[in-house]
Write a protein that binds this ligand. Structure first.
Ligand code: GTP
Ligand code: MG
Ligand code: MG
Length: 344
């Protein structure tokens, strides 16, 4: 079949069969969150030794999807009782706050080294958010994880994405399909040269669902850490309904939405306001802002704009350069032919 501009489009029957194969493969694997719970317990025991008032919360894919995919990292953040009580508070971004977070993570790294000398750990202080990275090896049952401190936004944004994905049974599958494709194509920031994190891809999936009115807007203020469990429950996945028909249609429609309907020149993917209402102009995400950032020594682009729902003035698509945007389009065109490479 041919689409706009004479591009080939995969036949929906083939897409349906491929999607069912993908889901079947996933369902044949272990997806429960027991390995995450085990790591959570070990991390909690170490945190207890550093500061017994701090609690490690899990966020990221384990929370968003409610499953643990093999090969996905686990994201932890240690929160104080004050952080939890003020569960809608903005995260501090000052150098002082960063210093305090680094200090806690350093003490934690010392305990972890003592208790688990086989774990491969690295304390990274130079990033926007200080983080303790632990690479999965024999010692941690192959599970890799990151630990940060005193930052609620990850817990809030993961709860927000989960609240969307639980509204529509196909949504979690779509998120998994898109994430897998973004990693295969090298567009995912976890791959060298990649530009959009899995988190960014998830916001894109939700924004698409909102534009199509397949889910209802969840007010961002409704996510309050005080009401969120440190380790949210496992949500088993189910075989897609109607033999994968609805999911296949959704997948192809997702690709064509970002190829032919979304207007990156003016529009911002945002979960903060009603879908379609946020423009680059409103946020002053302009060429001039790019130039100003360059003068400050930062490289920020406003070519593919994804507004972070909780961080002020943060484009989750900031690493999409004009060249990467062209690459993204090429991969989307190919995705239309191959159903996100499922038929490649
Ligand atoms: P995988 O680890 O690839 O399976 O996916 P994931 O769903 O865990 O996503 P990812 O590791 O990309 O993100 C986990 C958390 O990190 C998110 O909930 C965010 O809080 C944070 N994060 C990731 N990327 C960004 C980003 O570009 N900007 C901001 N502000 N936070 C991010
Ligand atoms: Mg993750
Ligand atoms: Mg991570």
């Amino acid at each position: 079949m041919k689409g706009k501009a004479g591009r080939s489009i995969a036949a929906i029957g083939d897409v349906r069969a491929a999607v069912l194969r993908f889901c079947g493969e996933q369902l044949s694997r272990r997806l429960d969150t027991k390995p995450v719970e085990d790591v959570h317990q070990k991390v909690s025991a170490c945190v207890q030794q550093v500061d017994p008032t701090m609690t490690p919360y899990i966020f990221g894919s384990t929370v968003v999807l409610g499953v643990h995919e093999q090969g996905s990292d686990v994201d932890f953040v240690c929160l104080s009782p004050a952080d939890v009580q003020d569960g809608k508070g903005a995260d501090a971004v000052s150098e002082v706050a960063k210093g305090l977070q680094s200090g806690f993570l350093f003490r934690l790294s010392e305990v972890v080294k003592r208790e688990h000398y086989l774990w491969d750990i690295e304390l990274v202080r130079r990033t926007r958010v200080p983080v303790l990275r632990v690479k999965g090896g024999l010692g941690v049952d192959g599970v890799s994880f990151d630990v940060t401190a005193n930052r609620r936004n990850g817990v809030r944004n993961s709860a927000l994405l989960r609240a969307y994905f639980t509204q529509c049974p196909e949504a979690r599958w779509l998120s998994m399909l898109v994430k897998q494709w973004s990693k295969k194509t090298g567009l995912n920031a976890s791959v060298d040269g990649g530009c959009i994190t899995s988190y960014g891809w998830n916001i894109m999936v939700v924004y698409y669902l909102l534009r199509r009115k397949l889910v209802k807007l969840v007010p961002v203020e409704s996510c309050d850490v005080a009401n969120i469990a440190p380790m949210p429950p496992y949500m088993p996945l189910e075989t897609p309904q109607q033999d994968g028909q609805a999911l296949a249609v959704m997948l192809m429609d997702f690709v064509s939405y970002y190829l032919d309907e979304f207007t990156p020149e003016t529009e911002v993917m945002s979960l903060t306001r009603a879908a379609g209402e946020t423009t680059k102009e409103m946020l002053s995400w302009t060429k001039q802002a790019e130039d100003m950032a360059r003068i400050r020594g930062e490289r920020i682009h406003y070519r593919w704009c994804i507004e972070d729902p909780y961080e002020f003035d943060l484009n989750v698509g900031r690493n999409v350069t004009p060249f990467k945007l062209m690459l993204l389009r090429k991969h989307l065109e190919r995705a239309q032919e191959t159903a996100l490479l499922l038929l490649a």
